[in-house]
Design a protein around this ligand. Structure first.
Ligand code: F6P
Length: 328
């Protein structure tokens, strides 16, 4: 087993609060073990331009509490092509990089995995799950999700105040791409009347929603909060329809990118730090092409090909709990 001497690290895809803590974990753990670290900027774009900074221990000082990513991020079109991956392999070989640690979501990992497979075993990649969407099947935790749901929860708490004062119905659209995790957590934690997620068609029926809004209004409810997942979308159209059909003033708020920013929560800082260190430990153990995951209360690693072939199953208890909490 040859000793790892140089590693690269990059952040790719949508940023997520806690990415910096994970980069800090990678850098500190590597440097403390005599490993050189190159920080590639702007995700795979920076790799293709061979734009990196030497990362020493001081280069990651004072970032554990910062949102965003000091390495910048991007979604690279060029790396999506086979030619792009071939170019990246050559650059990594030329730079003497033994392994590349990538922070991001499914798309980032898929690119890394394809590159590793294409290199015929010459390039070793380690993925660290970082996305606010929590939509990676092989892990129960992704960096940034905890901060995003707390940000969304606070936003909805504020909207409820004004919604109650005006006796309105409010639709709040949260991020999550095609997954309903942010919506489910935000909805349950704020006592929302409705949670509309791609994983549950039943609740997306606008006619049924309109009926429920009417009934609630008749019963004297002073507000009606609907959390709508980005994967469903059309929040402004829904608001117009509800207002037209019920006569109740309705407003739509799309929380948008504010969910991706901000100082990471304690959990995101700690878990991201552990995952960053774990990525380096896995490399020092001589493992190849792994994803760092959190499963059954433990931080562990899985084969990247196997991890990415898993299908995420949305836990039914979210839907059941939301239904049980309804004030009928
Ligand atoms: O994957 C994170 C995420 O914030 C999704 O929830 C959302 O669909 C997407 O990224 C937005 O991407 P962009 O910042 O490129 O608009």
């Amino acid at each position: 087993m040859s000793r790892v001497k140089t590693i690269g690290v990059l952040t790719s895809g949508g940023d997520a609060p806690g990415m910096n803590a994970a980069v800090r974990g990678v850098v500190r753990c590597a440097v403390n073990n005599g490993i050189r670290v190159l920080g590639f900027e702007r995700g795979y774009n920076g790799l293709l331009d061979n734009e990196y900074r030497e990362m020493d221990k001081r280069s990651v000082s004072d970032i554990v509490d910062r949102g965003g990513t000091i390495l910048f991020t991007a979604r690279s079109k060029e790396f999506g092509e086979v030619e792009g991956k071939k170019k990246a392999i050559e650059i990594l070989k030329k730079d003497g990089v033994d392994a590349l640690v990538v922070l991001g979501g499914d798309g980032t990992f898929k690119g890394a995995m394809d590159m590793a497979n294409l290199s015929g075993g010459e390039i070793n990649v380690i993925g660290v799950p970082a996305t606010i969407d929590l939509d990676i099947a092989c892990t129960e935790y992704t960096i940034g999700f905890d901060t995003a749901i707390n940000t969304a929860m606070e936003g909805v708490d504020r909207i409820r105040d004004t919604s109650t004062s005006h006796e309105r119905c409010s639709i709040v659209e949260v991020m999550g791409r095609n997954a309903g995790y942010i919506a489910a957590y935000t909805g349950i934690s704020t006592g929302a009347e409705e949670i509309i997620i791609p994983e549950n068609n039943e609740y997306g029926d606008i006619n049924k929603i309109i009926t429920r809004v009417r009934i609630a209004n008749k019963k004297g409810k002073k507000h009606y909060i609907i959390i709508n997942a980005e994967g469903i979308g059309h929040s402004s159209d829904m608001a117009k329809m509800i207002e037209t059909m019920t006569g109740i003033e309705t407003r739509a708020t799309i929380l948008g990118h504010l969910q991706r920013g901000g100082s990471p929560t304690c959990k995101d800082r700690v878990y991201a730090s552990i995952m960053g260190c774990k990525a380096v430990e896995v490399l020092m153990d001589g493992k190849k092409n792994r994803l760092i995951v959190y499963k059954n209360g433990e931080f562990t690693d899985v084969d990247i090909n196997e991890g990415l072939s898993e299908k995420k199953v949305f836990p039914q208890y979210f839907i059941k709990t939301a239904e049980e909490l309804e004030s009928k």
